[in-house]
Design a protein around this ligand. Structure first.
Ligand code: CP3
Length: 334
């Protein structure tokens, strides 16, 4: 089990615990901070505010890892396609125009536009010494889906009609790599790549749109920073998770709630696993939280595992339920 600590560099001994979207609307202190800026990305691009938001869930729950407060859509926004967030709707992107996007030769402009994200990491790093600091980025496919669809995909989404080109995937691969490297240079110790809409890719196109670009990012980052663990989250690809793990070889694989954790243990060749807990559990009764926490403690008792959900914390999650899970996990480790 200690291999997890070594490979992932996590500073907790057993069963590290943190949550995707741990800083978010379910927290009253976040809702209060949110009022400081009209547009959501302006919160992310003000390191004085964003570093405080990053630390809110740590102060409340004493989690083991700190994920920086930012958003995957910061990349399209800084490439020149503006992103707005509308309450109860989600992100809306302005029309996609290839000619308006930065080219990789203009990387210095991209770095300048995101300098507040990198500043935030430096500030958090000084404030928090004994916890892992996680930086992140969206995967090229998921970013391309947002850029061409201009909002989150819905049920009748047709990937084909978007005409996602290799050229766009390659451009995004370069900028995602750059964004990750800048975060590591600023102090990020672990990286997570979110491919939230990988589940929309046709089976015969998974290599082209998901595995190859992700592998290219891993290879580049590993060449410069061989000791920084990378967690991958190709959400929604079902049984194809097995091929993903075999081909991409991430340091840790984050599973969604539709993956059977015992199947994952049997098929992932010892690759550390993260997540998989149904996020709706935090909206239910306390005893459901207890049951699922013990279920995961038991399933993963002999396998490197990071406690987390199968997706982000929901806005109507109950704070006392989150506290309950953290307490049970901490009581049961060592
Ligand atoms: O996890 C964390 O606490 C770190 C911060 C973080 C946010 N977004 C903050 C946020 C991270 C890691 C993300 C990743 C992200 N953003 C993803 C990948 C993970 C996933 O959920 O699949 C995606 C697809 C996005 C794009 C995005 N940003 C959407 C679809 C939305 C609206 C939906 C929603 O849940 O509100 C956002 C807004 C957003 N990003 C909020 C937060 C806290 C809510 C902001 C608000 O409404 O005030």
């Amino acid at each position: 089990m200690f291999r997890l600590v070594q490979t992932l560099n996590f500073k907790a001994n057993l069963f590290p615990i943190w949550f995707m979207r741990q800083a978010g609307r379910y927290l009253p202190e976040f809702r209060k901070m949110r009022l400081q800026k009209k547009n959501f990305l302006d919160l992310c691009l003000d390191s004085k505010i964003s570093n405080e938001i990053t630390l809110q869930p740590i102060k409340r729950f004493n989690l083991d890892a700190v994920i920086i407060f930012s958003d995957i859509l910061i990349i399209p926004n800084s490439l020149g396609q503006k992103v707005y967030y509308i309450e109860n709707v989600g992100p809306i992107l302005e029309p996609f125009q290839k000619k308006n996007l930065l080219k990789i030769s203009e990387y210095h402009k991209f770095i300048r536009k995101n300098s507040e994200v990198y500043n935030q990491i430096k500030i958090v790093k000084k404030k928090i010494k004994r916890k892992n600091l996680i930086g992140f980025a969206g995967a090229p496919w998921t970013l391309a889906v947002y850029m061409l669809n201009r909002k989150s995909p819905n049920n009748n989404f047709k990937a084909k009609s978007l005409n996602i080109t290799n050229k766009l995937i390659n451009l995004l691969t370069d900028f995602v790599t750059l964004h990750i490297e800048k975060q590591i240079e600023s102090g990020a110790e672990v990286i997570q790549i979110f491919d939230s809409w990988a589940g929309l890719i046709k089976k015969n196109q998974l290599y082209k749109f998901c595995y190859y670009p992700t592998k290219a990012i891993l290879n580049s980052v590993k060449r410069k920073f061989p000791n920084i663990p990378i967690i991958c989250f190709p959400r929604g690809i079902g049984k194809e998770y097995k091929n993903f793990v075999n081909f991409v070889k991430p340091d840790c694989i984050s599973i969604d709630q539709f993956i059977n954790p015992s199947w994952a243990i049997a098929n992932f060749n010892g690759t550390p696993i993260q997540g998989g807990i149904d996020p709706t559990v935090f909206c239910r009764e306390k005893k459901c939280v207890k049951n699922i926490t013990y279920k995961f403690l038991n399933i993963f008792k002999d396998y490197p595992y990071i406690f987390n959900l199968g997706h982000g914390i929901m806005p109507d999650a109950k704070i006392e339920n989150i506290m309950h899970m953290v307490e049970i996990v901490k009581e049961n480790r060592l």
